[in-house]
Write a protein that binds this ligand. Structure first.
Ligand code: 6PG
Length: 254
């Protein structure tokens, strides 16, 4: 299949404007997916940046425009903690968004990140994804939308520089150990899944991200995990605020 990846970079004036643009983008992707195929499958990003976007999505006007009854929610990654732990990405999404909107609980698929056997929990999540997407072994799920952030070291989801998981070409979900992370045990969707998505949107805010944004979007972008996200047949959008975009080359005036 010829790659028909399209990449757009949108620079928003502020973190608030970024959050607003992100919420509007989720609504647009959801409505398009439901119109085209009857449901919307999304993998949520963790960390702190998406909080404001999720809060806006949970409130008017965006919440009322979302097809919640047709929405299926997954997680791009999570930390190896219970769902009520302060470091849990599930907890963050639940308190900012999922507890406030009428998405059916049976359509929210949490990684069982507290499991004693991380490999089994990763395999279980992959089976859950396969069941919901109705795919067979060797096929990858095509999410309508994957939301991602990027760390200052270039990691995205829980795909960290130097991790063996960067080389995963078959499994959809990996249990990874990140020695330098606050919670070393992590779970992540892998590149085969991220790069099979119909649409991937990065949400990046703050001056501390400017260097890694320049690296990920530059000619050596694939040297960092975030720059390795290149949907084979999908739309890639980087939503940046001005601070995060500060080191990007200025586009030649049209
Ligand atoms: C996580 C996230 C991770 C996050 C980046 C950026 O579990 O931490 O999935 O990939 O997106 O670390 O985090 P901030 O938005 O907090 O800067």
């Amino acid at each position: 299949m010829a790659s028909t990846e399209t990449r757009e970079i949108r620079v928003l004036d502020s973190a608030d404007a970024l959050a607003e643009a992100a919420a509007a983008t989720v609504v647009q992707a959801a409505c398009e997916a439901v119109a085209a195929g009857g449901r919307f499958t999304v993998a949520l990003a963790g960390g702190a940046t998406p909080r404001d976007s999720y809060a806006r999505l949970a409130a008017p006007p965006h919440a009322g425009r979302m097809p919640w009854d047709r929405t299926f929610v997954f997680f791009g990654d999570d930390r190896g903690v219970p769902p009520d732990h302060p470091e849990s990405n599930y907890r963050m999404a639940h308190e900012t968004l999922l507890a406030k909107v009428p998405v059916p609980a049976a359509q929210v698929f949490r990684i069982r990140a507290e499991a004693d056997d991380p490999e089994a929990a990763a395999a279980e999540y992959a089976r859950t994804i396969a069941d919901v997407f109705g795919i067979r072994r060797g096929e990858q799920p095509r999410f309508d939308l994957v939301l991602l952030g990027v760390g200052i070291d270039g990691h995205t989801a829980s795909l960290f520089p130097g991790s063996p998981a960067l080389k995963e070409v078959f499994r959809a979900v990996a249990a990874v150990h990140v020695a330098a992370a606050i919670i070393p045990q992590r779970f992540t969707l892998t590149f085969p899944v991220l790069n099979a998505a119909a649409r991937v949107v990065f949400l990046v805010s703050g001056p501390e991200k400017a260097k890694i944004v320049r690296a990920a979007l530059g000619p050596q972008g694939t040297s960092v995990p975030a720059g390795m996200v290149r949907p084979m047949d999908g739309r890639l959008t980087w939503l940046l605020d001005r601070d995060a975009a500060a080191l990007l080359p200025v586009a030649d005036p049209a």
